[in-house]
Design a protein around this ligand. Sequence first.
Ligand SMILES: [Zn+2]
Ligand SMILES: [Zn+2]
Length: 249
Amino acid sequence: MAKKRFGYGDYYCWNCGRNIETGCDNCPSCGASYEGEGKFGEVKALGAGGVGWSNQEKHKSFAAYHKRNRRTFQICMVILSLIIGVVLFVVPGELDFDEEGLKIYAGVLAIVWAIDLAWYFISNKTSKSWEGVVSGRRTEDYTTESKDDETGRVTVKPHTRYIVLFRTNDGKEEKLSVVDNPAWYDYLKDEDRVRYHGSKGMNYYEKYDKSHDETIPCAGCGSDRDARENFCGRCGCIIMKAKNGGDNK
Ligand SMILES: [Zn+2]
Ligand SMILES: [Zn+2]
């Protein structure tokens, strides 16, 4: 089986999480049906998430996913560095291949790799995890204006900020604010019990009672998954649901 090297465009078995090729009807590992109507058998999506915390935030599939992402990003950075070199030295009228030119190239590379390093630290940032309830939800509409330098025309773009407020168990307020993407706002309802996972590479709001949703957001790639999936078909991360090893407390 040809192994794909990049983190995107891969497919994973919804049942066992194994990396599989597109076009398979059944998982070569666990035999689960992968395509078509009978994919999940008679099981209904509603209720499949179960009630209870998943306790899977340290599952190895998350580490593997982040490792693949980092590797993909590093490869892109190397390619970007080479392209910049080609543009600077090979395209006529840019730089001469001499000491002066090399110094400028080195300067540009330093900036590129500083951005890479910054991204590495941001993506590995750990924030405190907490538990609480949804205490409020609201939206804010606003507009941004951008001016075209050539024509002088001003374009006004409407935006919506989707805000979810939480009251943590130790009496603090937390806030989730996302621009132009209602996914969390739609998923998290008033008075829902929530556990926020802020550990390395994770930024995830787990709902205690997942039995009222047909979909569950993936804690790896963020895509909406069918509640019957055990693993995300897109990124291979385990789905954080009670039925995947939760303690139901
Ligand atoms: Zn499988
Ligand atoms: Zn995913």
